[in-house]
Design a protein around this ligand. Sequence first.
Ligand code: EPZ
Length: 419
Amino acid sequence: MDRIRLRGGRPLKGVIPIGGAKNAALPLMAASLLTDGPLVLTNAPALDDTRTMAKLLEQHGLAVAHDQEARTMTLGGTATNLVAPYDLVRKMRASVLVLGPLLARYGEAKVSLPGGCAIGTRPVDLHLKGLEQMGAKIELDSGYMTARAPEGLRGAKVYFTQVSVGATENLLMAATLADGITELVNAAREPEIDDLAHCLIAMGAKIEGIGTDRLRIEGVKSLHGATHAIVPDRIEAGSFACAAGITGGEVLLQGARLEHLGTVARVLREAGVEVDEAPEGVLVKRLSGLRGVDVMTEPFPGFATDMQAQFMALMAVAEGASMITETIFENRFMHVPEMNRMGARINVHGSSAIVRGVSRLSGAPVMATDLRASVSLILAGLAAGGETIVNRVYHLDRGYERLEAKLAAVGADIERLPG
Ligand code: EPZ
């Protein structure tokens, strides 16, 4: 297993290119199941998770070509297999996003229950309840969900009892081919959902209310191919903004969009990190000391749960204390014991962590446990004296492309040690 070795203490300076968003690319790839026509996705990131999604779509019978030089992915074809197998779904929970499209287009789907993951149990009850309201018959048996809608799906008014990104995406895609009008109430509003909706409209879907928590979809008979540019990754951008902040550097996040950082930008400013719109993206610098700031994770436009671990690394070396409350997932503090091994002073009480800033962290061998925890340990290593070795970086490779190369290009002393 690969490891990453880094030595901290250098302020990062320069330009970091921000890639297409992982959490937009995955639902967009699943949307290719809604039509035979070729779906061309530009600004497509090359990640372990997109490679897993490509494998899943190929075993359904689609052709997926990813020209990594051109950063363009072309997907198309007719599904010949309607089963999403356990060995792929267990590797990536977002596989469940094929359920809505397969059901809407082919009237049937058999998808392995995704099971939980390191950060939580992550049920899919909201996905299933919504699809049943649209007329699907769903049975759970031997770890699989078998869904059928022989007469097709029908429009329905679906009220989400909890904001769910995946459930919103699954039902949005299913509704595009349902008979009649579907309303999704209390829908998630993440930029990746807006991006999916814009792509579906380019494919011929009729969707209103984009950017709000109430989506209205009028079903159509069929969708056609389209070309769509994937939105830049706001979590990658936020992660590198924290890297600039924690090292006291100045970095241009090329291609990033300030409005997609939401509350993260406001909180970074409160902590003493300057975050400003620039012609080519977002400019981040830190000239003064870091201050402790309290945050609570919330659905967009609130503070993103996918930025919680990264922000905690920043707070670990801030002046004063910070209370960080995780309201979305039940077990997303696994980076805490690893940061404390580097000299951080963090105490977890239920869903809140109290971080008491220290003047300096010390490098140490640490263990990555999940995607965002991995990058938070690299951020801590960038600020630490001495050498840090991050083990199990396969977690990192799921969602960050060439992370160590991007950081080395702006002055970090970092390298990958092949496992
Ligand atoms: C998406 O996961 C993202 N993944 C996650 O990013 C992100 O953390 C999450 O949204 C929240 O923003 C992708 O987009 C591929 P949810 P998703 O459904 O859709 C509960 C990363 O690091 N829930 O919004 O699975 C659930 O347990 C990953 O890139 C139900 O109870 O998240 C959680 O507590 C990690 N029943 C909360 O809702 C359901 O049917 C939010 O989950 C569905 C969800």
